[in-house]
Design a protein around this ligand. Sequence first.
Ligand code: SAM
Length: 472
Amino acid sequence: MYNVMSPKAEEFINHEEILDCLEYARQNKTNRELIDRILEKARERKGLSHKEAMVLLDCELEDKNQEIYALAEQIKKDFYGNRIVMFAPLYLSNYCINGCEYCPYHAKNKHIARKKLTQEEIVKEVTALQDMGHKRLALEAGEDPVHNPIEYILECIHTIYGIQHKNGAIRRVNVNIAATTVEEYRMLKEAGIGTYILFQETYHKENYEKLHPTGPKHDYAYHTEAHDRAMDGGIDDVGLGVLFGLNNYRYDFTGILMHAEHLEAYKGVGPHTISVPRLRRADDIEPDAFDDGIDDDTFAKIVACIRIAVPYTGMIVSTRESQACRERVLHLGISQISGGSRTSVGGYAEPEPEEENSAQFDVSDNRSLDEVVKWLMDLGYVPSFCTACYREGRTGDRFMTLLKSGQIVNCCHPNALMTLKEYLEDYASGETKAVGDALIQKELEVITNPVVKEKVVDYLTHIREGKRDFRF
Ligand code: SAM
């Protein structure tokens, strides 16, 4: 039985409920009256149920689809303005005991180079990341209790927060490691992590089990209930994701929204972020071997419908996507992107030798962080290196309260401008700096509170003079 409040994976992600929902959406894909009613509800900006969102995803009326895209764009602007938060992944280790069919780190892959960063190597990698201008990292690791126990992850986090090179600092470390126990989540919380991110890969239990034939990740319930345990361990911000291409996208779209509804209902706070990765070619992995790949149009529609369904949830797109594809989905709902990423274990300090490939997947967007920052500004976005909410304790429901208060323009916007200014001063090329300084002048006008505005102008002067780390 479907039960959003149940702690059991198979009840809050209920197979029959998903099938009913998919059939309902299929039958109503040209039901103008119903689609209009759903759009009207969506305009209240309080979100939609998985069933309503699925009808929009299936909608085949061209004029209504245009309305869906326009509404997603408007909600994106209203909630997130034109700010895009920047981050980079850091792969700590690719040792893994799981058998994930789509991931080159699977235990049976004997030709991928296995690597695990030492603390000295982490210092080098993080120094290189700081020198690019990054302030926010997503740590990635395979699952291996011998090579990558929790103590290793904790030591890495401790090392990373302690590295201070010139004006650089990593101010927020998010973590994407395998599902674990409440006790270990508590340790991660105590180590000061930001978001705990775990992708479900697919919500379809039978396919999930086939795609994860061996290793601890095979346990569907343990994996699906991990975010609940993370919250029980005190982690306020959790991130969801499915790997599009592994399973029918309609099924997983419904599943991820049911998961978001469950977190909101059962834990009182919805997911902090939703990621939308698509399967990529990798060592030992050919995406064409999987039948459920989605084209760019479907991908864009998914982003737009998620944006409408969960307006308060950030959305992440990585360098798995090309520049063109990223450009298309940015205005439909994406609020965070990575830039200058390496998906190998190491590779920021020095490029990885070709004969030693340890990468998790091929990157589509190979531009440097500076190029990505300039590109965003040319498109009218404000790249933000802000980490203030987490550092001010505005996590979980407190972050949601800020979002709902309408005070973003007097808090997030100033923080974005000040962290962009730091980036321009310390790391940008001359051309990027010129574009950025002009943009900051223009964007100051968005701040409505005159006291805040005056303070920001003052702080910007201090930043120009060499002081760092101002925030609201
Ligand atoms: N080992 C952890 C786990 O099992 O959740 C950490 C996650 S892994 C380092 C990060 C994510 O990369 C996976 O959750 C998966 O969705 C994604 N991934 C794996 N293989 C991929 C591929 N070939 N193309 C694109 N993304 C992939």
